[in-house]
Design a protein around this ligand. Structure first.
Ligand code: CUA
Length: 347
């Protein structure tokens, strides 16, 4: 194999590794690391990060020691011109060597086990403080239902939480459920992954220390649109979070100027799947639309929330998100315009 051949064979892999390394290096810029596991910003995530870095450090040390000794042996004991071809001295049953390569790995494994057990215990055994926010997340094909049972709020795909002040902690404790298949809730900078399993309740919590927008996504293949099951977490200063809560608790806007659109909404199958509080629409199969325009994204992060995207989505859901479970309602153009003009009032 000549050098050119080697390059052609390994260049793609090397390029991928370089890109990965550059990505990690670029992690200093906050916009590029909104979803980097190397930039934890919340309590459970930094516990896993510390444990993971320790494991990486120890295993990197082992890799360097083993490969270093191997490289040394290959170079130092290579064939010499004056070799007579006879076998070198064969060593059998050295007690010191046997002990060294049995005891050291056992110690390494014990240390890794203890560190891991402690991290798991810290994360899973965390006590819920009085100021905690309770959230129920239900995974659906292909969107997230987000409920705040104590606050009477239901939203979708965009989780809003307060930043946690160490003096008056307000972590968010989540109960994770699924309406259909297995999904996985993953917010790389805030916590590890936890699966959402049908007929089961899993738990996880986050305690972000810095306000901002953090991205995540479904991390368990759940069907055609698994990749478009994105998560957005808005971490607010306390006062801003309280304002968001107050706005979400308001009844839906009932603007008489869009009565025609509301009539279209209330007389088509929309109401079988969607809820708009204060109307006949009480469906639970699709996202709650009471304050849909307060969300930044549509179709679980696959599009920006704006009237044009909404129009395109309702006209032909399968075109915007192939395989999506929302059917096309086959409205005539006038009805569709009226419906969109009603929906955009739901702030
Ligand atoms: Cu839900 Cu993948």
């Amino acid at each position: 194999m000549d050098a050119g051949h080697v390059m052609r064979r390994f260049a793609p892999a090397a390029t991928a590794w370089l890109a990965l390394a550059a990505g990690v290096a670029a992690a200093g810029d906050d916009t590029t690391r909104t979803s980097s596991i190397f930039a934890p910003i919340s309590t459970p995530a930094d516990a896993s990060y510390t444990a993971a870095m320790l494991v990486l450090l120890i295993t990197a040390g082992i890799a360097i020691a083993v490969n270093g000794l191997l490289a040394y042996a290959i170079v130092a004991f290579r064939e010499q011109p004056d070799d007579d071809g006879s076998e070198p001295a064969q060593v059998y049953g050295s007690e010191q060597i046997e002990l060294a390569w049995t005891v050291i790995p056992i110690l390494v494994v014990v240390v890794l086990c203890l560190v891991t057990a402690r991290t798991v215990y810290d994360v899973q055994g965390a006590q819920k403080p009085p100021g905690a926010i309770d959230v129920t997340v239900v995974g659906h094909q292909w969107w997230w239902e987000i409920r705040y049972p104590a606050l009477g709020i239901v939203t979708a795909n965009e989780l809003h939480v307060p930043v946690s002040d160490p003096a008056a902690r307000s972590p968010t404790f989540m109960e994770l459920e699924s309406a259909d298949v297995a999904h996985s809730f993953w917010l790389p900078r805030l916590a590890g992954k936890t699966d959402l399993i049908p007929n089961r309740r899993n738990h996880m919590w986050i305690e972000p220390r810095e306000p901002g927008l953090y991205l995540g996504q479904c991390a368990e293949y759940c069907g055609t649109q698994h990749a478009h099951m994105l998560l957005r977490v808005y971490v607010h200063p306390r006062a801003e979070f309280d304002r968001w809560v107050a706005a979400q608790r308001e009844a839906a806007v009932a603007d008489p100027a869009v009565a025609a659109g509301r009539h279209v909404f209330e007389t088509t199958a929309c109401i079988n799947c969607h809820t708009v509080r204060g109307t006949v629409a009480t469906g639970r199969f699709g996202p709650d639309l009471t304050h849909m325009m307060s969300r930044d994204t549509l179709v679980a992060g696959a599009a920006r929330m704006d009237p044009d995207a909404l129009h395109a989505w309702i006209a032909d859901p399968d075109h915007v998100k192939p395989g999506a479970l929302m059917p096309a309602m086959n409205l005539d153009p006038t009805q569709l315009d009226q419906l969109v003009s009603y929906l955009v009032t739901l702030r």
